[in-house]
Design a binder for this molecule. Sequence first.
Ligand code: KG4
Ligand code: ZN
Length: 349
Amino acid sequence: MTNATILAIESSCDETAVSIIRGNKSQVEILSSEVTSQIDLHKEYGGVVPELASRNHSLTLRPLVEQALKNANIPLSQIDAFAATAGPGLASSLLIGHTSAKALAVSNRKPFLSVNHMEGHLISPFIDSKNGIQPNTALVVSGGHTMILQTKEFGDYELLGKTLDDAAGEAFDKVAKMLELPYPGGPQIELQAQNGNPTAYPFPRSMKNKPHFNFSFSGLKTAVLYTLSELNPQDGTPLTPHIPDICASFQKAVTDILIHKTINAAKSKSSPLITLSGGVSCNNALRDAFTEAGKKNNIAIKFCPPSFTTDNAAMIAFVGLHMFLRGESSDLSCDIDPNMRLNSIIIRK
Ligand code: KG4
Ligand code: ZN
């Protein structure tokens, strides 16, 4: 089977990442996957500051490409194509990685591959597969997106449901902010929840009884806000003793609804396999509950390997590799698209 080597750059938000992978449709080897996080830079602002992010990408990228080549132990001449994230994400951040990969492609006379970040998350559970991408019902849960898709094969995806307001990761981050926990909130809530009672607060499971596979997390976020004002920390009563129970109950509410909708979506498609990807999918409570629900419903569950759940360039290289093997390449005049939607990947049917 034909093998190819791809170098990819990911710079859609606050992580600068470069990865080199080699492989074919069935199996890939991650030769290097470098990620530098800017979390410390943005922490004091409680979220990502676009101007700071793009300046940092431009400073970090060049040494990171060199690091990736060094760790992969291959010369630049062995790269068959250069890929980069085109969207969705922050415009000024996307431009740095996208333009750099184009420059590498031109100067090395190799194809350029413009990649949708969400397709990277979507197929990332198969990055450690030995028999390629299998048909599955996919739950993608990140900071910006929450959606369920039916994947037939690479490039053939059907959107079954999505969030109508906040993404699950966004809800984690906003609730953490209310509780004055550091950014990003997801891992902090998971940590606090370990010492809490998940049934302490009956937070809502929005749209659970609706027949569709869409989500809504804004009501849950408001319910947490009301609970906090009832506990009234302003009168001097410390909120701290309640934090573990609030986090555990909130995490359970998110987990319950994600599992309920995804299992039902899989059943509606008679799908024997569910995959999970995106930043929120590294949450251990979510993984454990999904494993249990999968056993109960006789559906196999495949998780994205933990190191590739949050933003990384290996998943972008993985998409790039499949595009390259299909003979696809992107025109050098192609632009970034901060609001890139799913249509742009579904179109490849
Ligand atoms: O996929 P990702 O790195 O970036 C996007 O493309 O959005 O996801 C980041 C999101 C953040 O909202 C973060 O709070 C959440 O993933 N996250 C978690 C955990 N680790 C990261 N949420 C819940 N539990 C975690 N352990
Ligand atoms: Zn992402």
